[in-house]
Ligand binder design. Sequence first.
Ligand SMILES: NC(=[NH2+])NCCC[C@H](N)C(=O)O
Length: 304
Amino acid sequence: MKLNIKNETGKLRSVVLGQPTSMGGTPTLAQSYDAKSYNTLENGNYPSETDITSEMTAFENILKKYDVEVFRPNVIHDYNQVFARDVAFVIEDKMIISNVIHDRADEQEAYRKIFEKVKWRDIINLPETAHIEGGDVIVWNDFIFIGTCYSEDYRNFKTARTNQYAIEILKEYFPKKRILDFELKKNDQDPFVGILHLDCTFNPVGKDKCIIYKNGFVDESDYQLIIDIFGEENCFHVTDEEMFEMFPNIFSISNEVIVSDKSFKRLNDHLRNEWGMTVEEIPYREISKMGGLLRCSTLPLVRE
Ligand SMILES: NC(=[NH2+])NCCC[C@H](N)C(=O)O
């Protein structure tokens, strides 16, 4: 397979969609590794495998409707494999194997048959201490936007997944890209305060637009830089509550077609009425309780 990812919104040809089978029971608070799941567990409403399965099936059906080739990872017994995004990521024709948080490390084995479709020389493995997950990496033509955490207590956060070392290495592999790193607010327990990945606070859509949550960034100047790149009129600003519901984490099948949660009324209306896009709405509320949404559930391999 010839990988090709130049941006977030080129027409999607081939993608990995995570899988819900045998996702294990409800974790304990101590076992959770993101603030949204922590909050869900505190509220005692962790989702069931049956509900997660029906949401992911709805997503797969939309992808197939647009003739996208969909791969699924193998099932690992009692292991959450919903969020394919973080396991690896594609930049141009290269696949970078993430160094994910320890709690999720076993997920990668289930992608072996998919990785084997890619030529060895197109696969990049990073040194063990270079931490990075696909949710923090957004390829946007000449730019690569990367979410990170500079804090000295980086290691104390389970929600800090990408470090400077990994970013420095990517700069060497992709010298022609303008790599911009953004420090994200971190908090392992309060989903209104901490941002797990960059794609929970920012996501490009269409040819030149984006969805953005200002308070996810530590430095206002980082947020302002994105606004300057896209232009104020091309930015949809989300509120605290909408960030919590995961508005930024929708998924583009092309410049014109977006898969969104059917409860995102204000966003979906804007995408359709102001920006003229086609919005495919599906139910994804149960999956949101585990700290990710539509972008997080996918790992795009080929876009036109
Ligand atoms: N790209 C993303 N935002 N992925 C969300 C992953 C959520 C998952 N519970 C984790 O903590 O790893």
